[in-house]
Design a protein around this ligand. Structure first.
Ligand code: SAH
Length: 375
């Protein structure tokens, strides 16, 4: 998307960032994305109305209750595969408005033994969304624990769910130049407007250039994700007890060259520098990088990974394997007045040119577990 500096919006965060850049120098894309999403006063996730029909973007659990219900039942099958342990951590990463967990727990009433074993943990960095989750889950008769980070969740048999969590993790970006790779930066122009620039790579060599990018022509942009806040705690949780995770997000199965940083405000795309703090800033998830980082994490030896990855497969394949069509038919028969809406919601989740294929599901499991259901 082209940037028109004159279309920029003077948000409270943009004023702060411009002052910060003039004082301390350019930001990396990762620093910019972190500020836009997580700034304590003006970060995007401070806005509770961000997600949903009236917000900036709508997610699968907000489209259809069946999404969360199927994931709840998926969790019960995984728990049985683990041997039905008497305590199980059911963790959700970035629960948004809490709809997925509400629907999952409602469906899990069919499996009361699972509910008696479950400790629900919500990993949420935003106080504002935490308040929204408290409201949505208010009627649930189970203890619910909140944590700002996954690493704070206690050990034990664990099931982790994350829908549209990975896309919100800040990335670094590199630009190919005739004299080698440089780091993409956010700086200010002569008129004090934000613009992209470039700075030297960090000296530590922290950003290795992946094989698929070695011969990229000058001007190419490489998006470099860092999933360590997920992969390190997963590896550590999976060391002492069975662990399974389900990560669903939009993105591609294989790493690609390209600038996948995008901003969405009020259901429309805009340039990522236009409305700092007031647009949702995400990237397409590079599932090959997720795979590699998760299987390398906590393993001394790449041939003997501590965690095994299933997929990615498309969202349509995953939900299809879990029986979404059958569940929708039953729900429609029981609710004839709502049948049209139920059908529309499911069609949207499965759309071949839309969410059904753009979204992928990835399973993660500790070595002793069989392939996860649906994969
Ligand atoms: N899963 C929800 C919401 C997706 S939006 C849904 O499908 O509707 C992303 C969510 O992740 C928000 O709740 C946001 O506050 C949270 N989040 C983003 N980055 C985070 C981080 N680094 N740690 C914890 N939570 C984070």
């Amino acid at each position: 998307m082209n940037y028109d500096p004159d279309a920029r919006r003077d948000t409270p965060l943009s004023c702060n960032l411009i002052a910060r850049i003039k004082r301390d120098g350019p930001l990396t894309v990762r620093q910019y994305m972190t500020a836009c999403l997580q700034d304590a006063d003006h970060g995007y996730y401070r806005r509770r109305e961000a997600i949903g029909r009236t917000g900036d973007f709508i997610t699968a659990p907000e489209i259809s209750q069946i999404f969360g219900e199927l994931i709840g039942l998926w969790s019960a099958v995984v728990w049985q595969q683990m041997g039905g342990p008497s305590r199980i951590n059911l963790i959700e990463l970035g629960p948004g408005r809490g709809s997925l967990m509400r629907d999952a727990l409602r469906a899990l009433r069919l499996v009361p033994d699972f509910l008696s074993a479950a400790n629900v943990h919500l990993v949420e960095s935003s106080e504002t969304l935490r308040a929204a989750q408290t409201e949505t889950l208010g009627a649930i008769d189970l203890p619910i624990n909140w944590h700002p980070r996954l690493e704070d969740v206690p050990e034990g048999p664990t099931i982790v769910i994350g829908n549209e969590f990975l896309d919100a993790l800040p990335v670094e970006q590199l630009i190919a130049t005739p004299s080698g790779w440089r780091c993409r930066s956010v700086t200010v122009d002569d008129l004090d407007r934000l613009q992209f620039g470039e700075i030297a790579l960090p000296p530590s060599g922290r950003l290795d250039i992946p094989v698929h990018a070695e011969n990229a022509p000058a001007g190419s942009i490489l998006t470099v994700p860092n999933f360590s806040e997920l992969s390190a705690p997963l590896a550590s949780l999976g060391k002492s007890a069975p662990l399974a995770a389900l990560l669903i997000d939009y993105g591609h199965a294989a790493s690609e060259i390209g600038d996948s940083l995008q901003a969405v405000r009020d259901h429309h795309h805009e340039h990522p520098l236009t409305s700092p703090g007031e647009a949702d800033l995400t990237t397409q998830v590079d599932f090959e990088a997720v795979r590699t980082q998760i299987t390398m994490s906590g393993s001394e030896n790449a041939a003997d990974p501590a965690l095994v990855v299933d997929g990615p497969i498309t969202q349509a394949e995953f939900l299809g394997a879990l029986g979404i069509v059958q569940r929708a038919s039953r729900l429609m028969a029981a609710n004839p007045i709502e049948a049209g809406n139920i059908e529309l919601g499911v069609a949207r989740l499965l759309a071949p040119q839309g969410m059904g294929t753009r979204f992928k599901a990835l399973g993660v499991r500790s070595g002793g577990l069989p392939t996860l259901p649906g994969f």
